[in-house]
Design a protein around this ligand. Structure first.
Ligand code: EGV
Length: 380
C-alpha cells in the first residue's frame, strides 16, 4: 500500500514526496516545475539540439558557459553579475547549489535565519548539514529592520525572493537595507531567486545592490522553473569575492561541471525569451492564474491569498476545510494539488486550509483541475 494513502502520511511526507505522487497524472498541479507546452519558437530550439551538440563539442567549456551566463543574467536585468573565475558555479539544479552552500556554511557557523514560510527542501537541506534554523517571518522581513539579536546569533540569513509559495518579492530598498544590516553584523546574505524570471519586480540589478553594500553574499539562480525543458536546467551558485565560505572546494567535492549541451540550450531559451518569449510567458501565467481565479470565484470560504503574486504557483485558502480532505477528494479525480503545511517549516498548522496550485501547465489541464477543485470545494 502506498504510504501516503495512510491519513497520517500527510504529517510525514515532505512536499517533494507529495509531488512524486502527481508525476504520472495528466492533472498534476503539484510541483513548481514548468510543464506547459513548448511555444513554436521553443520547439524549434529543441529541433536545433543536434547542432547545439556539435557546436558545444568544438568550443571550450568556459566559452559556452560564459555565453549562457551573459544571456541569462542579461535577460533578467542582473547586469552586475560577477564574471571573475569561480564566482559563478554551475550546478545541475538549484537544490544542488543549495546543498553546496549549506555544507560550506556549516563548516564556519552553527545557525542560519530562514524566511518563513518557504519550500521545505530548503530547511531540510540546511538542517541536514546540522545548522540550527531561526525563522524570519515574511511580514517581519518586509516590514522593517531585522531583530539585531537574531543577526548577532546567526552566520547567515537565507531569503527566497520571489518567495515560494507566496510570490512576495524583496524590493530594491529592502534588499539594500538587508545587505547593510548583514554587512554591519558580518552575516552572509543568501538569496534564492529561483522564481525571479516570472516577476519583473525582481528584475532590478540585485548584484549592483549587493556589491555596493560590501556584505558577504550568495545568490542561487535557477533556469528550472521557466521553460518546459524536461528537467534539463542549471542552478547557479553566485558569490561575493570575499564570501568567506569554501564554496569552490565543496563544489569540487560534488561535481566537475554541468553539460555544455544544457548550457547551450539554456542560452538559446534565454535569447528567445529576450526576443519576446519572456513577455509571452508572463502573459501565459497571468492567463492561467485568471482562469483559476475565475473558475473558483464565489465558492464560499475560498480566498486568493496572494493577489499580487506573479510566480507560477498560486496559494488558495480553502477556509475551514482540511487540506487532507480536499487533497484526497481531488485525488479521486486524479487531480493533484499541494497541501501547504510543510511550507510552514516552523509551524505547520499555519499551512492548514491552504493549497498550492501549479500554473505552469497546459491550460486544458489547469481548466480540468480547477473544475474538479470547484466541485470538491462546493461539496465540502
Ligand atoms: C516546487 C522539488 C526538490 C522542487 C520543486 C519546487 N524538490 N528539489 N527536492 O524542485 O516549488 O514545487 O521547488
Amino acid at each position: 500500500m502506498n504510504a501516503i494513502r495512510n491519513p497520517l502520511a500527510i504529517e510525514l511526507g515532505n512536499l517533494t514526496q507529495f509531488e512524486y505522487l502527481a508525476l504520472n497524472s495528466p492533472l498534476n498541479l503539484s510541483d513548481g516545475h514548468a510543464r506547459q507546452e513548448l511555444t513554436p519558437n521553443q520547439a524549434r530550439i529543441i529541433e536545433e539540439l543536434p547542432s547545439l551538440w556539435t557546436d558545444a563539442v568544438k568550443r571550450p567549456v568556459s566559452e559556452v558557459e560564459a555565453d549562457a551566463l551573459s544571456a541569462f543574467f542579461g535577460l533578467l536585468g542582473q547586469h552586475h553579475y560577477p564574471i571573475a573565475e569561480g564566482r559563478v558555479l554551475s550546478c545541475y539544479s538549484s537544490s544542488v547549489a543549495m546543498e553546496i552552500f549549506a555544507r560550506s556554511l556549516a563548516g564556519v557557523s552553527g545557525s542560519i535565519g530562514l524566511v518563513h514560510p518557504t519550500f521545505d527542501n530548503i530547511p531540510d537541506i540546511l538542517r541536514g548539514v546540522g545548522l540550527k534554523l531561526v525563522p524570519i517571518e515574511e511580514d517581519a522581513l518586509h516590514g522593517g529592520d531585522l531583530d539585531p539579536e537574531l543577526l548577532r546569533g546567526v552566520g547567515a540569513i537565507f531569503i527566497t525572493t520571489p518567495n515560494n509559495p507566496t510570490g512576495r518579492v524583496v524590493s530594491r530598498e529592502r534588499l539594500r537595507r538587508l545587505a547593510d544590516e548583514c554587512a554591519q553584523h558580518d552575516v552572509v546574505l543568501a538569496l534564492d531567486t529561483c522564481f525571479r524570471g516570472f516577476d519583473t519586480d525582481a528584475h532590478y540589478d540585485h548584484y549592483a545592490v549587493l556589491e555596493a553594500s560590501g556584505c558577504r553574499w550568495v545568490v542561487i539562480e535557477d533556469t528550472g522553473k521557466l521553460w518546459p525543458t524536461l528537467e534539463l536546467k542549471i542552478g547557479w551558485l553566485v558569490s561575493a569575492a570575499h564570501v568567506g565560505l569554501p564554496l569552490a572546494k565543496v563544489y569540487s567535492d560534488i561535481l566537475l561541471g554541468v553539460s555544455p549541451l544544457v548550457m547551450s540550450m539554456v542560452r538559446r531559451f534565454c535569447e528567445d525569451a529576450a526576443e519576446g518569449g519572456l513577455a509571452e510567458l508572463h502573459e501565459f501565467i497571468a492567463g492561467n492564474r485568471a482562469m483559476l481565479r475565475t473558475t473558483l470565484a464565489n465558492v464560499p470560504g475560498v480566498e486568493f491569498l496572494d493577489p499580487f503574486s506573479r510566480t507560477s504557483v498560486e496559494r488558495i485558502g480553502i477556509g475551514s476545510r482540511s487540506n487532507l480532505a480536499v487533497w484526497s477528494a481531488l485525488r479521486e479525480h486524479n487531480v493533484f494539488a499541494l497541501p501547504c503545511q510543510k511550507f510552514y517549516w516552523n509551524n505547520p498548522d499555519k499551512g492548514e486550509g491552504i493549497l498550492r496550485i501549479a500554473l505552469a501547465r497546459p491550460p486544458s489541464a489547469l481548466a480540468a483541475g480547477a473544475a474538479a477543485l470547484r466541485a470538491v470545494l462546493s461539496e465540502a
